[in-house]
Design a binder for this molecule. Structure first.
Ligand code: DX5
Ligand code: ZN
Length: 214
């Protein structure tokens, strides 16, 4: 199991210390970019991501919760981001072209869906996307409660990828902690995004390693 702590839950007045901890203990750094339009909240953008350039020793994983995510692919590539996900419900018919644009920049493309979007909407991109991102809370805020129906959605997507012989990692995002990590693993999750459970833990490094070991 890979663990991608969400920087959204880090201490923004001490990002350097949190980055060092992530570099030493995490698998990916999850970057939640919000625009106040696709989601009802604004997080951070290139002021933070530019600063991470060359300082992140592990892959950066940008989760774009914005309208027209394709506007930002080039800048993300220039900052050394490895994984980029955008939402299918925002992109619609631009989903395929977005995947191609991310690939053309040498990055891995992920297609995300919120909990109210049928997971079947991801099926056309099996064999094209490098990973999928199943939201287990509604995109927009850290610290929300895990939606248990997400477990079935993960299993449905995994079964379809297996049926088609095109299995790629499933990343799951929102409300993840040790209380649901093994159920997530059993359903077929491969990458766990965790914000509050990691950063509000008394020992974030130990929490990351516990999540990884489920
Ligand atoms: C929600 C974000 C998540 C969030 C996870 O919009 O996409 O990545 O930061 O935070 P927790 O783990 O606190 O739910
Ligand atoms: Zn996220």
């Amino acid at each position: 199991m890979l663990v991608a702590p969400s920087l959204l839950a880090a201490d923004f007045l001490h990002l350097d210390a949190d980055l060092r901890m992530l570099n030493a203990h995490a698998d990916w750094i999850h970057l939640d970019v919000m625009d106040g339009t696709f989601v009802p909240n604004i997080s951070f953008g290139f002021s933070v991501i530019d600063a991470l350039k060359g300082k992140a020793a592990i892959p950066m994983d940008a989760h774009l919760m914005v309208v027209h995510p394709e506007r930002w692919f080039e800048r993300l590539a220039a900052d050394g981001v490895s994984y980029v996900s955008f939402h299918q419900e925002e992109a619609g018919r631009r989903t395929g072209p977005n995947i191609d644009a991310i690939h053309a920049l040498g990055m891995k493309a992920g297609v995300a869906v919120n909990p109210d979007i049928p997971v079947q909407k991801l099926f056309p991109y099996i064999g094209r996307a490098d990973f999928f991102l199943i939201m287990s809370v509604f995109a927009g805020f850290g610290g929300q409660k895990f939606i248990y129906e997400s477990l079935d959605r993960i299993a449905i997507l995994k079964a379809e990828m297996e049926r088609l012989g095109a299995v790629v990692p499933i990343e799951v995002d929102g409300g993840i902690s040790m209380s649901n990590a093994s159920a997530l693993k059993d359903s077929g999750a491969d990458v766990l995004v965790a914000g509050s459970s990691v950063f509000s833990s008394p020992d974030p490094a130990a929490t990351i390693s516990a999540l990884r070991g489920v």
